[in-house]
Design a protein. Structure first.
Length: 95
């Protein structure tokens, strides 16, 4: 199961076009959903920067993020053997 919040969209720029409601998944649920549909790596993108959203994030007014998900290209982290064979682990909702 995935977790998130229902959100009522409005008419402002960047709002969902034609959808009065949307679902904002928790980050763990988003990561798990992406893995469940076949993506092997998920990255959070901070460049190029969107100054308005960075200011809002720093003031904890918004949690807007850009993610890049890649499929069929698993990455093996060579810095530690602790992560070998862990690609299918679920990301926990609470750490």
């Amino acid at each position: 199961a995935y977790r998130g919040s229902l959100y009522r969209e409005d008419e402002t720029v960047w709002a969902s076009i034609g959808n009065p409601k949307s679902v904002w998944l928790t980050r763990p649920s988003l990561y798990n959903l992406l893995v469940d549909v076949g993506f092997t790596s998920v990255y959070e993108c901070h460049q190029p920067i969107v100054p308005k959203f960075e200011r809002m994030r720093n003031r904890q007014e918004a949690d807007r993020a850009t993610f890049v998900a890649i499929n069929n290209c698993p990455v093996r982290l060579k810095s530690t053997p602790l992560l070998d064979n862990r690609a299918n682990d679920r990301f926990p909702e609470m750490l």
